[in-house]
Design a protein around this ligand. Structure first.
Ligand code: FES
Length: 153
């Protein structure tokens, strides 16, 4: 086992990184790319704090080896909006004051943005189902649901 040098495409930027074959995408994004949008929560694929999009689909970066997503389009929270404007989902979460401690929020926003890409008008049940794997220990689920509904409008 040895470190490999390969390129990743993150937020439309291509850069070389160096990692073992099994180093998680989350560690590479945070430690080599300097992106702290994806959070380290459980490290086991269970909490959703580390959620990014890979080719527009929500994915848990703590359990995906960076080496395995070479050449794929990776989007983190930092790449979601425009330079001059927040993404509508980010704005809706702010407008609804959906954060308490805020640790889960980046993952919630990425999961929501991925949901709205594939289903722009989800029902309440579909929203709950999509976010069921994103854990919030503060219990702000109602505000989060409101924020997603605001983003749909
Ligand atoms: Fe990746 Fe919890 S840190 S799912």
């Amino acid at each position: 086992n040895q470190e490999h040098t390969f390129t990743l495409t993150v937020n439309s930027e291509v850069r070389p990184v160096q990692a073992w074959r099994d180093t998680s995408l989350l560690l590479v994004l945070r430690n080599q790319w300097g992106l702290n949008g994806p959070k380290f929560g459980c490290g086991l694929g269970e909490c959703g704090a580390c959620t990014v999009m890979i080719e527009g689909v929500a994915a848990r970066s703590c359990v995906i080896p960076a080496y395995g997503v070479r050449g794929r389009a990776i989007t983190t929270l930092e790449g979601l909006g425009q330079r001059t404007a927040l993404h509508p989902v980010q704005q809706a979460f702010i407008d609804e004051q959906a954060a308490q401690c805020g640790y889960c929020l980046n993952g919630m926003i990425m999961t929501t943005a991925a949901l709205l890409r594939r289903n722009p008008t989800p029902t309440d049940d579909e929203i709950r189902q999509a976010l069921a794997g994103n854990l919030c220990r503060c219990g702000t689920h109602l505000e989060i649901l409101q924020a997603v509904k605001r983003a749909i409008q």
